[in-house]
Ligand binder design. Structure first.
Ligand SMILES: *Cc1c(COP(=O)(O)O)cnc(C)c1O
Length: 471
């Protein structure tokens, strides 16, 4: 299996050569040359597998440059009951017949990003060890992604992580979760500024190619293909858990921001998993809902982004979307270049009325959006009807899922975080704070380790140089 760029300007490469990279050199995203088909006979044998065995089967279709025994070892170290709370790893909870919740958020940071990041941490450690290289991950976070990345690489050999966060602007839980990490390879840089300034600093450091090469700077952002492929596994798992036979179809509802999670569903469907609909839910930032309703893709400016109570979906553009567009234009890299050129010039492109938009319709996607009041109502109703407390992002997904249910087709809603992470909004919805998993009870009282810096690229570079040179 080799990987190419959605813009057509990269010679095909094996998995491990794209693992440690961000964008393809031509500015596109890396995608497999084709999606490995899974036939009915294979589906039948996969139905009975546990999470780790299934993960190995799916991943080995995409990763053929790591020996099978090593890949198996990586998967077995990653998906443990200890890290994910149960042997099921992603258990299915049934609300009522035909309506389910796929619980993806029982990993170390209580959000679904752990499922992919924990694997990524082990893949990085393995590949860096094999090459005798080291990597210094630089990132910016407003909460979830940064902590999932830190928990994925803490204590790992060959890798350090420098994570910028806006000082004093994350939730108490998120702040404590990140700053309490004591591992020597984790550096929390609390920047006196807002998230956008943190992100700008990361961009400026990465644009300094000399610095980047000298200090071996890398990223773990949401366009990393390994993260996406790790997420494909739980669509198979969720399908098997919600059905009795491989003749049945299932729909999945996915709260979306950067289009990573639901793109994994698109990949699973393209491989042959019997998915009927992929129900995409946005919050007030409805770039993607607009596209699936109208054919217009119009990224927003920073000033147009709403700060919402499902903050991990507050995005101006959907960074993985280009992978999907590449498929709906028939994998024509020239057409992708043309669409992105038009977007650069005119701020948007429009597929309405084209055969490409017919392919969008045929790809199973439907969409909707959810606002603050919907979120509060959904959290309340799910709690009253089913006795289960969902987080704000998951609530957005369920709200839109209920608008797209069809008789006889099970609907599986993906749980992307636990309610405990978003205490303020839960209190607003229910009048009381959510319960926390016991292991997190003392989170805010743990010692913290972080460095406060000005929003100044030079200061961040200085910090990295000082802490990399030593070893
Ligand atoms: C990241 C995140 C999302 C959005 O996922 P994408 O893959 O970016 O679409 C939704 N919910 C939560 C809780 C998240 O952390």
């Amino acid at each position: 299996m080799r990987y190419v760029s959605t813009r057509g300007g990269m010679a095909p490469l094996p998995f491990c050569d794209i693992l440690l990279e961000g964008l393809a050199p031509d500015g596109g995203l890396t995608v497999p040359e084709s999606y490995p088909p899974v036939d009915r006979a294979t589906l039948a044998t996969w139905r009975g597998l546990g999470y780790r065995e299934l993960a190995f089967e799916v991943l080995s279709r995409f990763i053929d440059d790591i020996p099978a025994g090593d890949l198996r070892g990586i998967v077995e170290r990653t998906y443990t009951a200890r890290a994910f709370g149960s042997e099921a790893i992603t258990p299915l909870r049934t609300f009522e017949p035909g309506l389910h919740l796929l619980q993806l958020s029982n990993g170390p940071t209580l959000a679904f990003k752990d499922v992919a990041m924990q694997l990524l941490g082990n893949l990085f450690e393995y590949e860096l060890g094999r090459r005798g290289e080291t990597l210094n991950i630089l990132g910016a976070t407003s909460g979830d992604t940064g902590s999932a990345a830190e928990y994925a690489v803490r204590g790992k050999r060959g890798v350090r992580i420098f994570m910028l966060s806006p000082y004093g602007k994350m939730s108490a839980f998120q702040t404590a979760q990140m700053y309490s990490l004591a591992d020597a390879n984790v550096f929390n840089l609390a920047v006196r500024g807002v998230f956008d300034e943190c992100q700008d600093i990361v961009k400026e450091v990465s644009a300094d190619l000399d610095f980047k090469a000298r200090y071996r700077i890398g990223t773990v952002n949401s366009i990393n293909w390994a993260r996406l492929v790790a997420q494909v596994v739980y669509y198979f798992r969720g399908y098997f858990a919600a059905t009795r036979s491989n003749e049945e179809q299932v729909s999945f509802a996915v709260p979306s921001g950067n289009f990573g999670n639901i793109c994994a569903g698109h990949v699973a469907r393209s491989m042959g998993l019997p998915i009927r609909r992929l129900v995409l839910a946005t919050n007030e930032n409805d770039v993607l809902d607009e596209f699936f309703r109208t054919g217009v893709y119009r990224p927003r400016s920073g000033a147009e982004v709403h700060q919402t109570s499902s903050p991990s979906m507050d995005i101006s553009r959907a960074s993985n979307f280009e992978r999907y567009v590449y498929d709906v234009v028939g994998r024509d890299a020239g057409r992708v270049r043309e669409l992105w050129r038009r977007m650069g010039a005119e701020g948007q492109f429009d597929l309405a009325g084209t055969p490409e938009f017919d392919r969008v319709r045929a790809s199973g996607f439907v969409s909707g959006s959810s606002a603050h009041a919907d979120r509060l109502r959904t959290i309340r109703e799910v709690y009253e009807r089913y006795g289960y407390l969902v987080d704000t992002h998951t609530a957005d997904g369920i709200k839109v899922a209920l608008e797209h249910r069809e008789p006889g087709v099970p609907m599986v809603c993906l749980e992307t975080a636990l309610a405990a992470k978003f205490e303020d909004t839960i209190r607003e919805a229910l009048g009381r704070a959510p319960e926390r998993p016991p292991a997190y009870a003392d989170l805010e009282s743990r010692p913290r380790r972080f460095e406060v810096l000005d929003a100044d690229t030079a200061a961040v570079k200085r910090f990295i140089a000082e802490h990399v040179q030593g070893g």
